[in-house]
Design a protein around this ligand. Structure first.
Ligand SMILES: [Zn+2]
Length: 452
């Protein structure tokens, strides 16, 4: 087995993946808070950790990938109120959208997708353990974590305790022993329509404890990889780590892996900045192939530029792969090209460096083209790990025209309607170059795979 090395935020170093049990890996990645449709930036951890799972499975590991859904949260109450609908209805609706939108990525689903609302018993038990050990205290139906009771607090985010702000504002400020403490349980307030009974009174959990409980419930304590966006390092992950450390006397996870943010026009994509594109719109506009290729062309730790230019380049890449596929023969690849495949997998084993892995793919494609096409097995194996092997089997079931082709078809129809025949012909040729033929049917024009 190849040694897998990954960057761990806690130690600030690239470390060996050393599973608790040889050959078995548990991955927990923080999922969305379901109060609206997810944007393309929210999709990055889903893609990164789904593809990491594929790679580890390729390397022979038995992987359990867990990605939660935060369906109990202040943001959901705040979003449901003006709509005049129950917050659990909104959460259910947005969870269904999340599943549908991420299904559009075509990279499969995590092994488990726990809901906070279905893990309340585990959450209450974990809070109780913290209260019993003196690391948490109840006040007026709320329960707070006593941050200064954890001597390791701040180790993950590399912050000094005195410089920290939990971001809870004035909420609970008069009840906290120390402004640094954060909420584990919040007493039900007027206007909050979901609540559960607990030893401290009716209420609902805080965000951080939900993840500690869901992760432990499915993966145990000390599992291999905890992932999420780098914006979650503090306070969310620092607090998850502290809760489990104090309640269980052991670390929640071995490696903390964080992905960089998506940037649009040089700024972090965020609802608060207003520069967001929904995942559904992005898939519709660009097609899943270009989106996946864009994601893997940046290293997961770096910020990723989301722009017409980067997506245009990804689209061109998708086209080049499809074109190369047409020359491939079935069966084994030449042995003297094996070092390119080795380069691909070695790059992934070294902190999941997908850009270097992709460079090996392009070198492989160039060499295959130079030889007029070779056996495609190695390329299929490499692209399979990146969830792009569909590009090699254009006529396989389920590989309909992507957003790119559909957009070209729509533009061709618009050109025909405007009697711009030259433009219509040019677009028809462009579709043909991508392997699509326009066929007129009773229901209007449709795309079918061109004869090869
Ligand atoms: Zn989380």
């Amino acid at each position: 087995m190849r040694t897998i090395r990954l960057h761990d935020t806690g130690s600030g170093a690239v470390v060996d993946l050393e599973p608790r049990e040889p050959g078995k890996v548990g991955i927990y990645a923080c999922g969305p808070t379901v109060y609206n449709r997810i944007h393309i930036g929210n999709a990055r951890p889903f893609v990164v950790f789904s593809l990491l799972t594929r790679f580890l499975e390729h390397e022979g590991y038995d992987v359990t990938f867990v990605a939660n859904v935060t369906d109990v949260n202040d943001k959901i109450y705040d979003a449901a109120r003006p709509l005049g609908i129950p917050s659990d209805d909104l959460a259910r609706e947005m969870t269904a959208h999340y599943v549908q939108d991420t299904d559009g990525l075509g990279i499969g689903r995590p092994d488990a997708e726990p809901l906070a609302s279905e893990t309340i018993d585990g959450i209450v038990a974990l809070i109780q353990a913290l209260v019993d050990k003196g690391n948490a205290y109840a006040v007026d139906g709320d329960v707070y974590f006593r941050v200064r009771s954890d001597p390791e607090y701040g180790a993950l985010s590399h912050r000094r305790v005195d410089d920290m702000d939990q971001g809870e504002g004035v909420e609970g400020a008069d009840r906290k022993e120390d402004p640094l403490d954060f909420a584990l349980w919040k007493a039900q307030k007027p206007g909050e329509d979901t609540a559960w009974d607990a030893p401290w009174g009716r209420g609902r959990p805080g965000w951080h404890i939900e993840c500690s409980a869901m992760a432990e419930d499915l993966l145990g304590v000390g599992f291999e990889i905890h992932g999420g966006g780098s914006d979650l390092i503090f306070p969310h992950h620092e607090n998850e780590a502290a809760q489990t450390r104090m309640a269980r006397g052991a670390e929640l996870t071995r490696i903390w892996m964080h992905n960089g943010m998506l940037q649009l026009a040089g700024e972090k994509m965020a609802k608060s900045v207003g520069n967001i594109e929904s995942l559904a719109d992005a898939l519709e506009r660009w097609g899943r192939d270009a989106i996946i290729l864009l994601f893997v062309s940046a290293h997961y730790r770096q910020p990723m530029q989301y722009s017409e230019e980067t997506l245009g380049a990804a689209r061109t890449g998708v086209r080049r792969l499809r074109e190369a596929a047409r020359l491939l023969a079935p069966g084994p690849s030449p042995e003297d090209m094996a070092p390119l495949k080795e380069r691909f997998f070695a790059a992934l084993a070294d902190d999941f460096r997908t850009p270097e892995a992709l460079a090996a793919v392009w070198d492989w494609v160039r060499e295959s083209n130079r030889r007029g096409g070779v056996g495609g097995d190695d390329l299929r194996e490499m692209l399979g790990v990146l969830a792009l092997d569909n590009l090699l089997t254009g006529d396989a079931a389920g590989d309909g025209p992507d957003g790119d082709a559909q957009e070209l078809l729509a533009r061709r129809e618009a050109a025909r309607a405007a009697r711009d025949w030259a433009e219509a012909d040019r677009l028809r040729d462009e579709l043909a170059a991508q392997g699509w033929q326009v066929r007129d049917s009773a229901a209007g024009p449709e795309l079918v795979r061109a004869e090869r």
